[in-house]
Design a protein around this ligand. Structure first.
Ligand code: BG6
Ligand code: MG
Length: 259
């Protein structure tokens, strides 16, 4: 049976324009994990900082920020900079960083869900949206378990998913598993790299964090705190459909955005 919220959503005609021409209603929401629903970006940073200190490698705030959304291997290349190491040593460092990260993760629990994330997931569920967690991290499943929100997703695509053979990126793969066309997917991401991947997959994007980093996103919020599903969908659909300034969405803190 359709819930009141779902019937409100349909009555409000939450149609989200995709590009200039076609229109498609959003049927699925895809959430990145680290830095979007889980306060784990700081744990990755701390683990890299520990490794860098032991290896006497420089590690500052700018480097830490640049690692957001990079794979474990690419992160290490960035941390190493010009230093050359053997393959054995490279793999050894990857393992040590991951061990530091897992040690830090042991202390994580439901309180480490980022503000607004769980409420927003619940709201999308009420609206009848399919939900996926999509992450580059091979530890994403474990993170969701520790935070107690594993069961809130229909599909979880993490860094262990074999996407190579199919040629699909992680967002396309999640959409395929959900059975929803990419143009009907809305992605929440905190990294520029993740926004680029989602856009290349033909999906709508919401960036979370610094608008300078996330300029390519359709809309950017400082965080999920105070963000409501209805407000996001109405704002995307309203402005795209009419070409007018979007109405001030109650409860949303819009930092930057263009639709
Ligand atoms: C991303 C993080 O989600 O996952 C990156 O933003 C991290 O910081 C990447 O490097 C891979 O994570 P893991 O847990 O497999 O090392
Ligand atoms: Mg992230």
């Amino acid at each position: 049976m359709e819930t009141q919220a779902a019937s409100d959503a349909h009555a409000a005609g939450f149609a989200v324009a995709v590009g200039e021409r076609s229109r498609a209603s959003i049927a699925a929401v895809l959430f990145d994990v680290d830095g979007v629903i889980a306060d784990t970006a700081r744990l990755h940073t701390e683990a890299w900082a520990r490794l860098a200190a032991l290896e006497r490698l420089p590690f500052d705030r700018e480097t830490a920020e640049a690692l957001r959304g990079l794979s474990r291997e690419d992160s290490l290349r960035r941390v190493l900079g010009a230093r050359r190491v053997t393959q054995q040593s490279f793999h050894d460092m990857l393992d040590r960083k991951n061990a530091f990260y897992l040690e830090l993760l042991e202390a994580a629990g439901p309180a480490d869900c980022l503000p607004g994330a769980v409420g927003l997931l619940g709201e999308f569920a009420e609206l009848g949206m399919r939900r996926a967690a999509v992450s580059l991290s091979r530890n994403a499943g474990r993170v969701l378990e520790r935070l107690g929100i594993f069961e809130r997703f229909d599909v979880i695509v993490d860094g262990t998913a074999q996407t190579g053979g199919s040629g699909l990126d992680r967002y396309h793969r999640a959409a395929a598993l959900l059975g929803v066309a990419p143009r009907r997917c809305l992605v929440f991401e905190d990294s520029a790299a993740g926004i680029a991947t989602a856009k290349n997959a033909g999906m709508r994007t919401i960036g979370l964090g610094d608008p300078r980093r996330l300029a390519a996103a359709d809309m950017v919020f400082e965080s999920l705190r105070g963000v409501s599903a209805r407000c996001v969908l109405r704002w995307l659909g309203g402005s795209a459909a009419t070409g007018e300034e979007p109405p001030a969405p109650g409860g949303c803190r819009i930092v930057a955005g263009h639709v």
